[in-house]
Ligand binder design. Structure first.
Ligand code: SF4
Ligand code: SF4
Length: 87
């Protein structure tokens, strides 16, 4: 395989992955949430807001989400997932 062919094939793989990642969206399972606020603290675009009264978090700015995955990695309860729509 020539260098040019390798590069073309790597780019094709990259674009395919980028297209998939852009379609991911947050799925929040509030029944698992124990209100530790990790998601609220790590989200770079303030998608999450603490509900202190009910000791849960609210996903209130979904349109801002850049699918960075930080909240998914930080949640100790598995209450947040990044999935394809209806996935
Ligand atoms: S994936 Fe990133 S941007 Fe989206 S809600 Fe979680 S922390 Fe915020
Ligand atoms: S990190 Fe998980 S358990 Fe903690 S507030 Fe966010 S969703 Fe709830």
């Amino acid at each position: 395989m020539t260098d040019r062919t390798t590069l073309r094939s790597l780019l094709a793989e990259h674009w395919k992955l980028a297209r998939t990642l852009r379609r991911l969206e947050i799925h929040f399972y509030p029944e698992r949430c124990t209100g530790v606020w990790e998601c609220y603290e790590v989200c770079p675009v303030e998608c999450w807001a603490p509900d202190y009264e009910h000791h849960v978090v609210v996903f209130h700015h979904g349109e801002r989400c850049i699918a960075c995955g930080a909240c998914v990695l930080q949640c100790p309860e598995g209450a947040i997932k990044l999935e394809l729509p209806n996935g």
